[in-house]
Design a protein around this ligand. Structure first.
Ligand SMILES: Nc1ncnc2c1ncn2[C@@H]1O[C@H](COP(=O)(O)OP(=O)(O)OP(=O)(O)O)[C@@H](O)[C@H]1O
Length: 281
């Protein structure tokens, strides 16, 4: 379990390509030739890529490119029409969402999905519950193992709130938090499931430049704590500034993969974002 240190108390070193981005890095997750059709819509079309252990991988592409669908396949929301996903070498197969959470993949959502009438602390505790091994019976009987897990869950939740700079908001209802704090709380809740891979779906949506800069620092800190991060984000400055590698989708197909500098100069990527035909004279 990666130990967390509060972001505010951590010296963040500038990131270059992470150790995890090297050729010899271990593959944490592999998307193998995944196709997913919704009726006539081919949301993912023979998509393959991998995520190395310890890296920050960006998944980008214009609206409707298939990024969120890709997250949904990786987290068991959708089953691919063909192809598959392997995590730590194991096929995810038809595993359910909670089983995939237990395996070590956590995610946040494009549209914030907190329990609005629960406190910040309670929201994080819900995430920590994903790993409790004791059942309802031992909870009712208040057996020692259950009490120990409950105590550890509280400690972990408080530690994560501190890590995300939310200690002072612990007892506030989620709906009363600022937008930025709600986004950070979503990340804390995802981390509470004790993931190996953290998938962030547009975490900077609605952020101002100062909040984006803080988020970049936070994502680097999260990686430096030992997590692997997959990031969907539309803000190119943020993506180019924080990722080790980038995969680009367009109309459900992978059109490019490489280092941020390579992606920035890739004609197919530029064409996809500008909406022009790169072959047009
Ligand atoms: N449940 C669904 N039923 C039918 N079509 C869907 C469904 N989910 C996604 N799609 C379609 O699949 C395609 C890919 O959508 P997806 O949301 O994955 O794109 P995206 O890259 O995440 O876009 P955005 O950046 O706008 O969030 C789109 O054409 C979308 O309309």
């Amino acid at each position: 379990m990666p130990e967390t240190t509060p972001a505010t108390e951590t010296q963040v070193e500038s990131t270059g390509p992470a150790a995890g981005a090297g050729a010899s890095a271990r593959r944490l997750l592999e998307v193998d030739d995944v196709t997913l059709r919704f009726g006539g819509v081919v949301a993912l079309n023979e998509v393959s890529f991998h995520i190395n252990e310890g890296e920050i991988l960006g998944l980008i592409g214009p609206n409707g490119a298939g990024k969120t669908t890709c997250f949904n396949v990786m987290t068991g929301v959708y089953q691919p029409t063909s192809g598959g996903v392997r995590f730590q070498g194991e096929p995810l197969g038809r595993r359910k969402r909670h089983e995939i959470t237990r395996l070590g993949i956590a995610r946040t959502f494009q549209n914030i999905r907190l329990f609005s009438t629960m406190t910040a602390l309670e929201n994080v505790l819900v995430g920590a519950d994903a790993h409790h091994t004791t059942g309802v019976g031992s909870a009712i009987l208040r057996l020692p193992k259950h009490r120990r897990e409950e105590k550890e869950g509280y400690e972990r939740a408080r530690e994560l709130l501190k890590f995300m700079g939310l200690s002072k908001r612990a007892n506030e209802l989620a709906r009363n938090l600022s937008y930025g704090d709600q986004r950070r709380l979503e990340i804390a809740r995802a981390l509470a499931t004790n993931p190996t891979l953290l998938c962030l779906d547009e975490p900077a949506a609605g952020f101002n430049p100062a909040e984006k800069a803080r988020l970049m620092e936070l994502i680097r800190t999260i990686r430096d704590q030992g997590y692997t991060v997959l990031l969907i984000e539309h803000d190119m400055r943020l993506v180019m500034g924080v990722t080790d590698r980038i995969v680009v989708l367009e109309f459900g197909r992978k059109i490019a993969e490489g280092l941020p500098a390579e992606i920035r100069d890739n004609p197919a990527v530029i064409a996809a974002y500008l909406g022009v035909d790169e072959n047009a004279s």
